[in-house]
Design a protein around this ligand. Structure first.
Ligand code: ZN
Ligand code: ZN
Length: 217
């Protein structure tokens, strides 16, 4: 079985693991009954999966490998969806290919570039990498929290973390959503932005979770 196929399989299994549904079913669903035994055998030979009675589980090695693959996949999703604004139907295919070709170094660069996002466009968690924990500073993030802008800086909203989902409706009403352009006009005592010809005061907490890409003024 090719590395590529194993990567793909690991991602499928990881998603089942995340949903807490049986790994066995996920493999069967993806590969059918015919290939099931062969696929399972390979995963076990590679030391990625072990069987505990009827239940399949990740080995520590398998878990690490799964985490890495899902991290690459979801970062690729973020990259395509937010920054390049590629429609989902196209970026799914791209992300599937990207997950196989990103080296660990490039993955961390992409992560840093995107401001170490914690979730994918579907709000599924992105496992953290070395770059998210220890602050590596050789790549300047292209996407960063609104709070890091200087006064008068214009920026385009790239994504908003879902922690403030309750308030999304309200923010949306004022035009605070991905794709729109804002200008930071005040930082103290509170953040004020200009958006669509009106000014809007925002909580510090929310500003930290609004990620933007600087525009030329
Ligand atoms: Zn996703
Ligand atoms: Zn990171």
């Amino acid at each position: 079985m090719s590395d590529r196929r194993i990567d793909h399989l690991l991602r499928i299994i990881w998603m089942a693991y995340e949903r807490e549904s049986p790994l066995r079913d996920a493999i069967r669903e993806e590969y059918g009954n015919e290939d099931f035994d062969e696929v399972l055998q390979t995963l076990m030979q590679e030391g990625l999966i072990i069987a505990e009675g009827e239940r399949l589980r990740f080995t520590p090695r398998g878990k690490r490998a799964g985490e890495e693959i899902i991290r690459r996949y979801r970062l690729a999703e973020r990259l395509f969806a937010d920054l390049l604004e590629i429609p989902q139907s196209d970026y799914e295919w791209l992300a599937c290919n990207f997950e196989h070709i990103l080296s660990p170094e490039v993955t961390d660069s992409v992560c840093t570039f995107l401001g170490h996002p914690r979730v994918c466009p579907h709000n599924r968690p992105i496992p953290q990498g070395k770059c998210c924990v220890a602050f590596v500073n050789d790549v300047k993030p292209l996407v960063q929290p609104l709070t890091t802008l200087s006064l008068g800086q214009k920026a385009r909203i790239v994504y908003i973390f879902p922690a403030h989902k309750k308030r999304w409706g309200q923010l949306h009403q004022f035009g605070v959503f991905p794709g729109n352009t804002i200008k930071l006009i005040q930082k103290r005592p509170s953040y004020v932005i200009e958006i669509g010809g009106t000014t809007l005061a925002l909580d510090d907490e929310i500003c930290k979770d609004i990620y933007v890409k600087k525009l030329m003024n």
